[in-house]
Design a protein around this ligand. Structure first.
Ligand code: PMP
Ligand code: GLN
Length: 385
């Protein structure tokens, strides 16, 4: 076995596997979370204009000044958070690199990282790369509320940081202010750092709204906030992300990021800088369209005998296939493209120990209405085989 020991157990990601199965079976891909339409035309035009204007060489390692300023302005306009774009904002290759660079910069081997489980797939792998230890705290299906007593019980004298994600992939939960206050209290009491993955910050539904944990009293000083342009502007293929926080933490993260990628594509950074400046009503349009997709998929799944709770945010819904007599989501999702022409993600892969969650399946609704309708029609075959 050539692969280093700490990476064994991390084979092909579930997203790559299920997208490949979807392509092979010509299935409707409600697995990997990527939209099937382009985002705001101004964002796309800004990247094209940047290429034509010659933004084609290495940009500064910390990111183009226009994007760092746009991130700082965005954090202030939406949340009242202030950041110096020169020292407190770092542009990364997607949120994925921000997460990896932060863990590599801040964890010593053996340090424990507490994360909300189910955990987004890159967390376990990059904690392992950093030599850290993932300590999961489970959000219990179906309400996926954080059990603050379980969080407290997970803290040890090796705990280095709390890695949270809200709106949460794959459950679609948006942490409320009581849960955030509880996390903040634990962080303050044990002097822990917090990494907050907020890539779905603008994609919340009904009356749920995203509150960054850095806005809670005392938390800005100990929090790295991570986000990305991919989800909000339907540019997942651009991989423009960022991290903001106190200068000392961002400098540490910049040190490791320099040697992972040094910098990221300048034209795409300039496109996302334009996106972050779009007015609130444009963001509301994006949110409303996605919410309509969620409702369409909810109705479609109900037709297939699967009742999902409406997600509070993200691109995703979770169902329990025990409702239709299935027992294993991994086998179910591997067979689904051939069986009825749809792909989905088995949520059990996001758990260290899948006991009790073997039948949860995640479906993505960031697709055109006609695609969701066609997917629902195919899924209905599950109800009447
Ligand atoms: N965090 C979460 C919770 C995600 O769902 C994703 C990707 N979809 C990422 C991070 C990675 O974002 P990016 O594509 O910007 O690297
Ligand atoms: N974040 C996307 C999802 O959850 C996938 C991104 C990836 O393939 N790494 O579906």
């Amino acid at each position: 076995m050539e692969l280093v020991r700490r990476m064994r157990g991390f084979g092909t990601t579930i997203f790559a596997e299920m997208s490949e199965r979807a392509t092979r079976a010509d299935a409707i891909n409600l697995g990997q979370g990527f939209p099937d339409t382009d985002g705001p035309p101004e964002v796309l035009a800004a990247a094209v204009a940047a290429i034509n204007a010659g933004a084609n060489q290495y940009p500064p390692g910390r990111g183009v000044p226009e994007l760092r300023e746009a991130v700082a302005e965005h954090q202030f306009r939406h949340y009242g958070l202030t950041h110096d774009p020169a020292t407190e904002v770092l542009v990364t290759v997607g949120a994925t690199e921000a997460i990896a660079a932060s863990l590599l910069a801040l964890c010593e081997p053996g340090d424990e990282v507490i994360a909300l489980e189910p955990t987004y797939d890159s967390y376990a792998a990059t904690i392992a790369l950093a030599g850290g230890v993932l300590v999961p705290v489970r959000l219990q299906h179906p309400d996926h509320r954080l059990d603050l007593a379980a969080l407290r019980a997970a803290v040890t004298d090796r705990t280095r940081l709390l890695l949270i994600n809200s709106p949460h992939n794959p459950t679609g939960r948006v942490l409320d202010t009581d849960e955030l206050a509880g996390i903040a209290a634990v962080a303050a009491e044990h002097d822990l750092l917090v990494m907050s993955d907020e890539v779905y910050e603008h994609l919340t539904f009904d009356d749920h709204r995203h509150v960054p944990i850095a806005t809670l009293p005392g938390m800005a000083a100990r929090t790295i906030t991570i986000s990305s342009g991919g989800k909000t502007f339907s540019t997942t293929g651009w991989k423009v992300g960022w991290a903001c926080g106190p200068a000392e933490l961002i400098t540490a993260v910049t040190t490791t990021k320099q040697f992972l990628s040094y910098t990221h594509a300048a034209p795409f950074q300039l496109g996302i800088a334009t996106g972050l400046g779009l007015p609130d009503d444009r963001l509301a349009e994006i949110r409303d369209r996605l919410q309509a997709g969620r409702d369409l998929l909810l109705a479609g799944l109900a037709g297939a005998g699967l009742t999902a709770r409406p997600s509070q945010g993200t691109y995703f819904l979770t169902v329990d296939i025990a409702e239709i007599g299935e027992t294993d989501s991994l086998a179910f999702c591997r067979a689904l493209p051939e069986r009825c022409g749809v792909a989905a993600i088995p949520s059990q892969v996001f758990y260290g120990d899948p006991t009790g969650v073997e039948t949860l399946v995640r479906f993505a609704f960031c697709k055109r209405p006609e695609v969701l309708a066609a997917g629902a029609e195919r899924l209905a075959r599950l109800a009447r085989p």
